[in-house]
Design a protein. Structure first.
Length: 476
């Protein structure tokens, strides 16, 4: 193995030689610029070397190349990998992509044996393998981040089971709920996000390696061996599909888009809750910024930026869908445009997840403001109607009308339902008695919702305990 790790990178004419004897001259400068992808796909260097190591081992085991060449190639690849990890490899746009850069450096390190590595494969199946390996790792990272986010939410929920807050529909006060119940709703959303990424991971975990350019290969390769070595469930069964499919990336981007939207909804609530108009919560200095002109400002910029991320992530999904929509089988250079938007979307989502987990754990809640708001806007009107159904045996539609009439009477007097005189209620429905006042408060309303999945603290404590157990056990 050579030690001259700083040898010059190939020229344009050398790059043309990488394509074979069909090309006598190097590409035009603009052609080189539009064709090169090394600034993007060098992120897959680890995956590319992993695939090459598996391929080289298989070629040696099947006798396609000698065991000595196989061992030399594997040692050389490990050397190149060490250089990449140390930041020592000089990437060359003239060599187009991560695959050719690594192969060229491998030749510098071990000599002509490097030329045997590409036997029975193509860059078409090579890049498809690398991309699947990279996205598989991304799905695994995202799952860990989602669990961290869920744990932060559950920890806050455990502290605020008895905290009443207004539940909203149409952003209007609707019915009182437990703050913990509200927070746990985002835990449920995150769990479905985990499921979507797990499903996408399961479907993408098939190996294209060995599909070659599009038709497979005449060499007696062992695709089961390389598939198993790389942790895939199986080799892909159709070579055309193996090199041309990018629906696995679309599926991950779809999961990322939905996840980003779910994060954005909570981010938007953080923005609202931290306003003086709501006053429900605050973020520490770690998650707030100031104003260049207004010294009094505390802005929840991290939450606002998370709220904006779906625009970029959905844009990545839309962009790749547009690239793919009219491509005939098998490989076209258009497919080179798959990685930049995918990498960007995953970067954005991972950053958003880290930020949301941090903010979820950092939030401080103003319980008094929440409880006061929970009792506004006649949020206990449904409880009045329910009481009329239970105690007076009225049909709910009649009870609904009775409750609405009583709310109107309270509005006319500018008082809450609990402050409305009993005789006024009885003028609407004579059967109402003093027992009605036991249900006319935000807290009583919250505590009464004992159905499974409801907001009663009894039910919410059960859900908190269940989520703590589930997340500690690593279930999905």
């Amino acid at each position: 193995m050579s030690d001259d790790t700083k040898s010059e990178r190939p020229s344009k004419s050398a790059a043309s030689a990488m394509w074979g004897g069909r090309f006598a001259q190097g590409p035009a400068a603009v052609m080189e610029a539009i064709n090169a992808s090394i600034n993007i796909d060098q992120r897959m260097a680890e995956e590319d070397i992993a695939g090459s190591l598996a391929h080289a081992a298989m070629l040696g085991a099947t006798g396609v190349i000698s065991s000595d060449d196989s061992a030399t190639i594997q040692r050389g690849l490990e050397h190149v990998r060490d250089e990449i990890r140390a930041g020592e490899l000089q990437w060359s746009p003239a060599l187009e992509d991560v695959h050719m850069n690594i192969e060229a450096r491998l030749k510098e390190v071990i000599g002509d044996a490097a030329g045997r590595l590409h036997t029975a494969r193509s860059r078409n199946d090579q890049v498809a393998t690398d991309f699947r390996l990279w996205l598989r790792s991304a799905c695994d990272r995202i799952d860990v981040m989602l669990v961290d986010y869920q744990r932060a939410l559950v920890a806050q929920a455990e502290e605020h089971v008895d905290q009443v807050m207004p539940g909203f529909t149409h952003l209007q006060t609707a019915q009182p709920v437990s703050l913990a119940h509200h927070l746990l709703s985002y835990v449920e959303l995150a769990e479905r996000d985990r499921g979507r990424f797990a499903d996408a991971r399961r479907r993408l975990n098939e190996s294209p390696l060995g599909c070659a350019a599009l038709a497979g290969t005449a060499f007696p390769i062992d695709r089961d061996m390389t598939s198993k070595s790389l942790g895939f469930d199986r080799p892909m069964g159709n070579s055309l599909d193996g090199v041309a499919a990018r629906d696995f990336a679309l599926e991950v981007l779809s999961a990322a888009s939905i996840c980003a939207v779910n994060l954005s909804r909570f981010a938007d609530e953080i923005v609202l809750w931290c306003t003086r108009r709501f006053g429900f919560a605050s973020l520490s200095d770690a998650w707030s910024t100031g104003s260049s002109i207004m010294p009094q400002k505390r802005n929840p910029d991290a939450a606002e930026l998370v709220r904006a991320k779906p625009g970029r992530i959905i844009g990545s999904l839309t962009g790749l869908l547009t690239v793919m929509k009219g491509l005939p089988l098998a490989y076209s250079k258009d497919l080179q445009e798959d990685k930049a938007p995918t990498f960007q979307a995953i970067d954005d989502l991972e950053l958003a997840l880290l930020a949301m987990a941090g903010m979820a754990g950092d939030l401080t809640f103003n319980g008094a403001a929440m409880e006061a708001a929970a009792g506004e806007a006649y949020s206990d009107a449904t409880d009045l109607a329910d009481w009329v159904v239970r105690e007076l045996g009225k049909p709910f539609r009649d009870a609904h009308h009775i409750s609405g009439s009583i709310v109107k009477a309270a509005e006319d007097r500018n008082v809450t339902l609990s402050d409305l005189p009993l005789k006024v209620m009885q003028s609407v429905e004579p059967g109402i008695d003093e027992r009605i006042f036991s249900v006319l408060s935000a807290r009583a309303s919250m505590e009464s919702r004992t159905s499974y999945g409801g907001t009663s603290p009894v039910r919410v404590r059960e859900q908190v305990a269940a989520w703590k157990l589930r997340l500690s056990a690593g279930e999905s």
